[in-house]
Design a protein around this ligand. Structure first.
Ligand code: ADP
Length: 160
C-alpha cells in the first residue's frame, strides 16, 4: 500500500525549515501532499495561489511531493486524499501544546489518520515564516532562510 502523508500549513512563505521537514517526510512516505490552508484569519502576506506556485517551483524536481490547497477539517481532507498520516514539524516547547491539542482533536475525529511529528533540525529551530517576514521588513538578510525564488517574490511584493 502506498504510504501517503499530508503536510498542512500556511507556508506564508515556504522556508528552508518547511523544506527540511518535507525532505525528511519523503524518506518515510511514498508521497507527501503539501497542503496550503485557506486561512484568511491569519491575514497572509501571499495569496494561496502565490504560495502554491512558490512551493511548486521549489519542489518541481520531486515527483513524490505534490501541492494542493484545503479548507475545512484537515482530517476530512486527509481522508479524501487517502493519506494515512498528517506530518507536522515541532520547533520548540511553545509549538507542543497547540500541536498536542490538534493531534488529539484530530484523532478523536478519525482513528484512521495518525499525526507524525518531526523535530526541527538544529539549524532551523529558530526559523518561521513570520520571522522571515519580520527580518525582511527590517531590510535584514534572509538568504539562508528561504529559497532564492521566495526572496524574489518578497522583493516583488514590496517593490524592492
Ligand atoms: P501553521 O500556520 O499551520 O503553523 P506553518 O506554515 O507556520 O503553518 O507551519 C507548517 C508546519 O511546519 C507546522 O507543523 C510547523 O511547526 C512546521 N514548521 C515551520 N517551520 C519549521 C521549522 N523551522 N522547523 C520545523 N518545522 C517547522
Amino acid at each position: 500500500m502506498k504510504k501517503i502523508a499530508v503536510y498542512p500549513g500556511s507556508f506564508d512563505p515556504i522556508t528552508f525549515g518547511h523544506l527540511d521537514i518535507i525532505n525528511r517526510a519523503l524518506k518515510i512516505f511514498d508521497e507527501v501532499i503539501i497542503a496550503v490552508a485557506h486561512n484568511e484569519q491569519k491575514k497572509p502576506l501571499f495569496t494561496v495561489e502565490e504560495r502554491v506556485d512558490m512551493i511548486k517551483s521549489v519542489m518541481k524536481d520531486n515527483t513524490r511531493a505534490t501541492v494542493d490547497t484545503f479548507d475545512g477539517l484537515l482530517v476530512d481532507y486527509a481522508r479524501s486524499c487517502k493519506a494515512q498520516a498528517i506530518v507536522r514539524g515541532l520547533r520548540a516547547i511553545s509549538d507542543f501544546e497547540y500541536e498536542l491539542q490538534m493531534a488529539q482533536i484530530n484523532r478523536g475525529i478519525s482513528r484512521e489518520v495518525e499525526t507524525v511529528f518531526l523535530m526541527t533540525s538544529v539549524f532551523y529551530s529558530f526559523l518561521s515564516s513570520s520571522i522571515v517576514k519580520e527580518v525582511y521588513s527590517l531590510k535584514g538578510p534572509i538568504d539562508g532562510l528561504v529559497p532564492p525564488l521566495v526572496k524574489k517574490a518578497l522583493d516583488a511584493k514590496f517593490n524592492r
